[in-house]
Design a binder for this molecule. Structure first.
Ligand code: SF4
Length: 685
């Protein structure tokens, strides 16, 4: 925790971009943000911030901000007052429930919204509509982390605080590019390496930290599970495991040992393309360290077998006795969006209530029913991809999309647009007239992170306060007030008059949050969960005594390697990997409206010089990229950062159509899309 000391005349808040959770002091004048200063006493950022948090605030006063509700009339969206918009929404939702039952309505909540917004949205769907059809965009990024970490260790979060990770003497960084995607953490990791920590980077691309790595493993996209099994094989073969820990605190070793016999370095080299000697060197570096840490990103999760990837990566920490002990710094996912951890923590998911109690469990439902005073449905709801499928088949009659541009960011975007077109009522809460908003029947203007009151949870499970620094534009409302107003229009008082009330109510439902409150966070700055007691500091490092699984042990997983959903062939010979770049954030709707656009004005298709020569592509020319699902236009950038046979682009510029290329293949456990492996070809035209 850290004392809360805002700079004079500034509003202390938490950055609304990536999941690092930098504390920022925002200075505003006349309704405009004039400066954003990184807080010197910020518990994660210690006086630093990146180009996004510091400078990407011009969008707040963009003339393109939505300031009035819009209603579709005769094919076009026209401005209306809130009373008319709310009446239309409430009538439409009620009609959908009457015609198709509660499960014909669904909502997509947002990892950009506050915890309190997410709490209220899931409560609205369960209490007012009567369905568990609520999901959030963690489905598309870290849902395999939630499933995998829960299965291996018991809780759906990273195992250690970042302060602990920073004390590691060896870092294994997998499928992450923190120098660009999480720059403040990237700088802290680099600093640790420059002060002597060993570094293994596992990533197909030559990402920034790879330049400083002792070993850079470059697996073919989609072969992570084989890579992790190869590392585990060496740990076992060379006695780099913690026998006492394995005996006393884990289960599943015999099954894993049998599986790993089939993953010697030579075989793994054939699957992954990683030389056997590099694999052995990396395993020795990790296995011989006194305090190794694993840090990973979406390069692990966004795969057909993303959950198996998380679990196989967790195996390494378990074998080494490097989780829940002083002998290591665990397994730590870098969350992409500011509140992707919190949106799930608050129960904006179709199968769990706040605090991750299963909706299928009558005892869990009973606790919620006592607080909410209504029956809670026991059947898990639809995941985001299933919502689109239900819309296409005519089973979904109303969809409320809150703070997500699903037409730009979800995979196989042509099919997403088709789904929205088939849904009789689409409601969209947005800052701008996004691609998704253009498909909506009602568009509700809402607040950005600089105009909100509430809390976010960052990537190492710390709750921090979010405070409004500037007033709302025009008639825009916060998501919190919007959801309350729709409930009222439908004749239901949701309670929770303020965001502080919502967090308090959530703590009554979910003991892991019971010790948290706005007042406490105002005093202390940041508090990690689990935090069941207002007088206790919260658990920064998990599992020091027992794991949170049913038997108290860490569970080793023995999942065989299976190939990705798509393979290159003669027609589509290259593998496309998508990811983030340093100046922008997600669909870019905020970062492209301001000074950051000048820093990073277009998206590029990075390709290796060998492939550029093979396909006669010149550096800087516009090319067409085609997949089995769609096409996009991008500027070619020829270099050596991507490996031969692979291309890379971001998803920050939806106009280029990148997510029309990506496929519907998804993790079997969680439905997380396989953004990291799409077979494509590049056409010069
Ligand atoms: Fe910090 Fe991430 Fe915001 Fe950059 S984008 S200031 S690293 S929270």
């Amino acid at each position: 925790t850290s004392a809360f000391r805002p700079a004079a005349a500034a509003t202390r808040t938490t950055c609304g971009y990536c999941g690092v959770g930098c504390a920022l002091d925002v200075i505003a004048q006349g309704g405009e943000v004039t400066a954003v200063l990184p807080a010197r006493d910020g518990p994660v950022n210690h006086g630093h911030a990146c180009v996004k948090g510091r400078f990407a605030h011009g969008f707040v006063t963009s003339p393109e901000r939505l300031t009035q509700p819009l209603l579709r009339r005769g094919g076009s969206l026209e401005p209306v007052g809130w009373d008319e918009a709310l009446a239309h929404v409430s009538r439409g939702l009620r009609a959908a429930v009457d015609a198709g039952g509660p499960d014909s309505v669904a909502a997509i909540s947002s990892a950009r919204a506050t915890n309190e917004d997410n709490y209220l949205i899931q409560k609205f769907m369960r209490v007012v509509i009567g369905t568990n059809n609520v999901d959030n965009c963690s489905r598309l990024c870290h849902s395999p982390s939630a499933a995998g970490l829960t299965a291996s260790f018991g809780l759906s979060g990273g195992t250690d605080s970042f302060d602990d990770v920073e004390r590691a003497d060896c870092l294994l960084i997998v499928g992450a590019n923190p120098v660009e995607a999480h720059p403040v953490v990237g700088a802290r990791l680099l600093n640790r390496v420059l002060h002597g920590a060993g570094l293994v980077v596992a990533d197909p691309r030559a990402v920034g930290l790879a330049l400083h790595a002792d070993v850079h493993l470059r697996p073919r996209p989609g072969t992570n599970v084989a890579l992790f099994h190869g590392l585990a094989h060496v740990l076992l073969a060379e006695g780099l495991t913690d026998e006492e820990f394995l005996c006393e605190r884990t289960s599943g070793l015999p099954e894993l040992t049998e599986l790993l016999a089939g993953y010697p370095p030579d075989r793994v080299a054939g699957i992954t393309g990683v030389p056997a000697a590099d694999l052995v060197a990396a395993a020795r570096l990790y296995g011989r360290a006194e305090r190794p840490a694993i840090v990973y990103g979406l390069g692990v999760t966004e795969h057909l077998h993303g959950t198996d990837g998380v679990r196989s990566l967790a195996n390494l920490a378990i074998l080494r006795g490097a989780v829940g002990t002083d002998g290591g710094c665990g397994v730590n996912p870098l969350r992409g969006q500011n509140n992707v951890q919190g949106a799930s923590d608050m129960g904006a998911l179709p199968d769990v209530l706040p605090g991750y109690g299963r909706v299928a469990d009558p005892a869990v439902r009973s606790r919620a029913e006592d607080v909410w005073g209504v029956p809670v449905p026991g059947r898990p709801g639809l995941r985001i991809p299933d919502m689109f499928a239900a819309a296409r088949s005519g089973d979904l009659r109303a969809l409320w999309v809150i703070g997500e541009d699903v037409c730009a960011t979800d995979p196989d975007a042509n099919r997403v647009a088709e789904a929205l077109g088939a849904c009789p009522l689409v409601i969209c809460s947005e800052l701008f007239l996004s691609e998704t908003a253009r498909h909506a029947d009602v568009v509700l203007p809402v607040a950005s992170w600089l105009e909100k009151d509430g809390t976010f949870v960052n990537f190492d499970r710390r709750f921090q306060r979010v405070r409004p620094a500037v007033p709302l534009p025009g008639e825009a409302r916060t998501d919190f007030d919007t959801v309350r107003a729709v409930a009222t229009a439908m004749g239901v008082d949701l309670g929770c008059a303020t965001p502080a009330d919502a967090l308090a109510e959530c703590g009554g439902l979910a003991p892991v949050f019971a010790g948290l409150s706005h007042q406490r966070l105002d005093r202390e700055g940041a508090v990690p969960w689990p935090c069941p007691d207002p007088d206790e500091p919260g658990e920064a490092k998990l599992y020091t005594e027992r794991f949170a699984t049913s038997d108290g042990r860490a569970h080793l997983a023995a999942a065989p390697y299976l190939p990705p959903g798509e393979q290159p062939d003669d027609h589509y010979p290259l593998i496309l990997v998508t990811g983030r770049r340093w100046a922008h954030y997600n669909s870019g709707s905020m970062t492209r409206r301001g000074g950051n656009l000048a820093l990073d004005p277009v998206d590029f298709l990075d390709l290796h010089s060998d492939d550029a020569a093979r396909y006669a592509v010149r550096d800087g020319e516009e090319v067409t990229v085609e997949s089995r699902h769609g096409r996009a236009r991008l500027i070619a950038r020829v270099g050596e950062q991507t490996a031969p046979g692979q291309v890379f682009c971001s998803f920050h510029f939806p106009a280029s159509g990148v997510n029309r290329l990506t496929s519907h293949h998804a993790d079997a456990v969680t439905s997380c899309p396989e953004y990291k492996v799409t077979a494509v070809r590049v056409v010069v035209s």
